[in-house]
Structures are given as structure tokens and as C-alpha cells.
Design a protein around this ligand. Structure first.
Ligand SMILES: [Zn+2]
Length: 118
């Protein structure tokens, strides 16, 4: 039955084509989200940088928010670049401990550094 065979493969093709299109669409959306960044200015070194969007968390990265580390409302508008976070941790221990008094956050920053997230 060549006709039904043909039909079967045609259906198979259509089904997979749909799946493929769906996958490609999803990938495109993810790429679009990944390229979504917001420009920011580091309050510490005054340099411009970009805050990345984290697709799997569906929000912008928190690590560049100074109030995230300091847990201080007064720092809500302050942004800090990755270089300064590294510099603070590696070269300015006293400043690091004073500005980030929360031990969980200190540990988190240590973890980010060890994982190469900064
Ligand atoms: Zn900076």
C-alpha cells in the first residue's frame, strides 16, 4: 500500500516538523532573553557595565546590586561591577567585611568567586 505508507511518512514528517519548529522557537526565545542586559554604572569604580539576564531564574542577576550584598536599603540604587566585587574580596578584606557584614552573603560571594561566576 504505497499510498498509506506515503501518508504515514508525511504525517511523521509533519509531526516532527512541528516539534522542530517548537524547539527552535524556544531556543530563539532563550537566546533573546540571554542577550537582554541592562546598562549600569558601578558606584565604586565609576565604570559602565551590563547586568545580565538569568533565563532560568527569569530575572536579572542580583549579584550586581549592592543592596543584595550589604542588605542595606540605602544601597538600593547602587550597582557594583564584577571586577569590584573580586577586588573587594581579594584586596580589601577589611572593607569587604565592613561593607558586607552578613555572613551568609560573605559566604555567597566566596562561593561565586570559587565557581568563577564573577
Ligand atoms: Zn566597579
Amino acid at each position: 500500500m504505497p499510498n498509506s505508507r506515503k501518508e504515514y511518512f508525511h504525517q511523521f514528517y509533519l509531526k516532527n516538523r512541528e516539534k522542530y519548529i517548537e524547539k527552535a522557537k524556544k531556543r530563539r526565545e532563550e537566546m533573546k532573553l540571554a542577550s537582554k542586559t541592562i546598562p549600569a554604572n558601578c558606584f565604586r569604580c565609576q565604570k559602565d557595565f551590563f547586568i545580565k539576564y538569568v533565563p532560568y531564574k527569569k530575572r536579572y542577576s542580583l549579584k550586581n546590586n549592592w543592596d543584595y550584598w550589604t542588605k542595606n536599603e540605602e544601597n538600593k540604587e547602587k550597582k557594583i561591577c564584577n571586577n569590584c566585587l573580586v577586588d573587594l574580596f581579594k584586596n580589601h578584606r577589611e572593607e569587604f567585611k565592613q561593607s558586607i557584614p552578613n555572613l551568609d552573603r560573605q559566604q555567597m560571594l566566596r562561593y561565586y568567586l570559587s565557581e568563577g561566576c564573577l
